[in-house]
Design a binder for this molecule. Structure first.
Ligand code: GRF
Length: 214
């Protein structure tokens, strides 16, 4: 495949979702490539994963900024410079400001460890177990200014077992997150490529029509 959609991945920790995306991007026909990984935590294990895969990785420590807006505006500049078209949040433990989200419309994806709209926010597995749900899972969605409420790209469900703890449930959900993220990014990137192709055809046909009229 010739053209690939450039993607940046934002992380704060272990980066197993990042690893799933790195692995998916190895396939020659996968429509996306990771051009940058950014972590707001210096000790995030995901930084090592990125560097081992030969991907540029940067640490932007949010504690060095006096406000959320300042951090987000620096982040936005770094992302723009990477020329990424999509931003994938993969365990990025920061809320993004409205102005950041509006700068990247329909371009930010997030994986959340519950079947949204149930259990937005944190401590999802604890709350799912407390509520006694029989299925939990994960959701890949576009990010909007409202927390964990953007349009859903895809979901995967897992059964909740009688002896589940938050940890065992989290582990079972995480396996599905990895598959869902790789698949969802593929769908979104392919859609962008298709739209670009359609735009190009439209442009070409406009040019040829105007040549005929000339
Ligand atoms: C995942 O469960 C993700 O859904 C949540 O944080 C966890 C990050 O895991 N937002 P990892 O860093 O990708 O391993």
């Amino acid at each position: 495949m010739s053209e690939k959609i450039k993607v940046a991945v934002l992380i704060s920790g272990n980066g197993t979702n990042l690893q799933a995306l790195i692995d998916a991007c190895i396939a020659p026909n996968y429509p996306a490539e990771i051009v940058l990984v950014v972590s707001n935590k210096a000790n995030a294990k995901g930084i090592k994963r990125a560097r081992e895969a030969g991907i540029a990785a940067r640490i932007i420590d949010h504690t060095n900024f006096s406000s959320r807006e300042e951090f987000d505006s620096e982040l936005s500049i770094i992302l723009s410079n990477s020329q990424c078209k999509l931003v994938c949040l993969a365990g990025f433990m920061r809320i993004l400001s409205e102005s950041f989200v509006n700068t990247w419309p329909n371009s930010i994806l997030n994986i959340h460890p519950s079947l949204l709209p149930s259990f937005p926010g944190t401590k999802t597995h604890e709350r799912a177990l407390e509520a006694g749900v029989k299925f939990s899972g994960c959701t890949l969605h576009f990010v909007t200014a409202e927390l964990d409420a953007g349009p859903i790209i895809g979901q995967a469900a897992v059964p909740v077992l009688d002896n589940d703890t938050p940890k065992t449930l989290a582990n079972r959900v995480l396996i599905e997150e990895h598959k869902l993220y790789a698949l969802g990014l593929e769908l979104v990137a392919n859609k962008i490529l298709k739209n670009k192709e359609a735009d190009l055809h439209r442009e070409q046909s406009t040019v040829s029509k105007s040549l005929i009229n000339f």
